[in-house]
Design a protein around this ligand. Structure first.
Ligand code: GDP
Ligand code: IMO
Ligand code: MG
Length: 427
């Protein structure tokens, strides 16, 4: 089984970090291939909690090679903070981390643009993480003002920064409230980034070549998706999405490894649904049920600490993203969070303009108008956090999991009943 991918099937924060950490044991290489420090992946091990943004969640096993591949946008300052933070807690990051020389670099102007442009054309807030992700991907696609990791080691790096800053200062002055003054100092930025580059030099490599060699040598690779499929730039709830292919389709473009090498795709879902930021969310419970889930599940953003919007499991959305990602099996996470509720609802279809539909609408305006059609299932009112076998779960919990898997059309292979590595049921 050479290559497995772990893909979030909702709007992110499905607990991908926990599953990647768990599966790392069976893999040689763990790869992040899209997104950047908008991601916040939590790994709980040995009673300690770690939050990772750029470094793959495989970093806790020293024999495993971690790779930040070409499709990731990297803020070198955040990456160094993460490396230093791990080192301070006894996790060494050395040759076991590799960064693509083709990965694009996030600069201060990207963060500033994120702040100024976090709105749709009608003024509605997208609610980004303010990490400069969208603006960096925009410059990548636009080409003229982009800097890749490898560019920081070339002799024309200083000229490049000067030229970009001259343009960005004019652009930012026109866009924002700083008209007439230069926001960015090219010399300062060049000096700062040259310092980062010096510290990160030994990690930088041609990861595409490395990964192609690895698949051909049949080494076991684990691809760690960031965000969730509904935030995918092409297939998600546009424009309330992130700027990369965060569904299964992104693995090949972001890593350089052809999709046909991926032999197993694991779709991660919460037993309910959450979303951070703006955009439609048909099953949202902006009421005491949503608040209960938020309290019990500690549903506050890993990166921004924003309260996550909470709601019922949406099987229409998950079926769509499971198909999109070629998902083989499901991992259902945070089942324990639902334990105290007397009744649970699952959205099995939508009603749009008086008609029942079972597909996920392509336009947000339609998604905004759908009414979820729910099926009600009994809850189980029993603590499940200590359970380690499917057969030991309350019957009602198993019935819920079976229905959920049936509606999505994929078997449930992993169930999570708590944040710790141990709190996992594997079938
Ligand atoms: P990711 O971005 O997909 O890696 O997910 P996050 O780390 O942003 O959010 C998942 C949160 O749920 C983290 O705080 C995890 O420690 C926590 N978590 C993971 N699995 C479980 C579980 O089964 N039950 C509970 N209660 N918490 C969990
Ligand atoms: P992980 O990997 C949840 C959301 C933001 C915003 C939208 C665009 O931890 O699951 P961006 O900064 O990417 O331009 O923001 O996407 N978002 C996430 N939501 N989990 C994430 O990552 C997210 N990364 C981005 O809240 O709505
Ligand atoms: Mg997260």
């Amino acid at each position: 089984m050479p290559a497995t991918c772990v893909i979030g099937l909702q709007w992110g924060d499905e607990a991908k970090g926990k599953i990647v950490d768990l599966l790392t044991e069976q893999h040689d290489i763990v790869v992040r291939y899209q997104g950047g420090s908008n991601a916040g992946h939590t790994v709980v091990t040995g009673g300690q909690t770690f939050k990772l943004s750029l470094i793959p969640s495989g970093i806790f096993r020293p024999r495993v090679q971690c790779v930040i591949a070409t499709g990731v946008v990297v803020n070198p300052a955040s990456l160094l903070d993460e490396i230093d933070g791990l080192a301070a807690r006894g996790i060494a990051v050395g040759k076991n981390l590799m960064i693509s020389d083709r990965a694009h670099v996030i600069f201060p102007w990207h963060i500033e643009e994120d702040r100024l442009l976090d709105r749709c054309s009608d003024g509605e807030l997208i609610g980004t993480t303010m990490r400069g992700i969208g603006p960096c991907y925009r410059d990548k696609v636009g080409r003229s003002f982009a800097v890749r990791f490898g560019d920081m080691f070339r002799s024309d790096f200083s000229d490049r920064v000067n030229n970009i800053v001259a343009f960005k200062n004019r652009m930012l002055a026109g866009m924002g409230d700083g008209a007439g003054r230069d926001l960015l100092d090219a010399g300062e930025i060049h000096a700062q980034y040259s310092g980062y580059a010096r510290r990160l030099r030994d990690y930088v490599a041609d990861t595409t070549a490395y990964l192609l060699d690895a698949v051909e040598a049949k080494r076991n690779i684990l691809f760690e998706g960031a965000q969730g499929s509904l935030l995918d730039i092409d297939h998600g709830t546009f424009p309330f999405v992130t700027s990369s292919n965060s569904s299964g389709v992104g693995v090949a473009s972001g890593s350089g490894v052809p999709a046909r090498y991926v032999t197993k795709a694991i779709g991660i879902v919460k037993a309910y649904t959450t979303r951070v930021g703006g955009g439609p969310f048909p099953t949202e419970q902006d009421n005491e049920i949503g608040q209960h889930i938020r309290d019990v599940g500690n549903e506050y953003g890993t990166v921004t600490r924003r309260p996550r919007r909470c709601g019922w499991f949406d099987a229409v959305a998950a079926r769509y993203t499971a198909r999109l990602g070629g998902i083989d099996v499901l991992a259902v996470m945070l089942l324990d969070v639902l334990s105290q509720l007397p009744e649970l609802q699952i959205c099995v279809a939508y009603e749009l303009d008086g008609r029942r539909i079972e597909h996920f609408p392509s336009h947000v305006d339609d998604l905004r108008r759908v009414k979820p059609i729910y099926e009600t299932m009994p809850g189980w009112q029993q603590d499940v956090t200590g359970i380690r076998r499917r057969a030991d779960l309350p019957n009602k919990a198993n019935a819920y999991l079976n229905r959920l898997g049936g509606l999505v059309g994929r078997p449930v292979e992993i169930v999570s009943v708590g944040p710790d590595r141990q709190q996992t049921i594997l079938s």
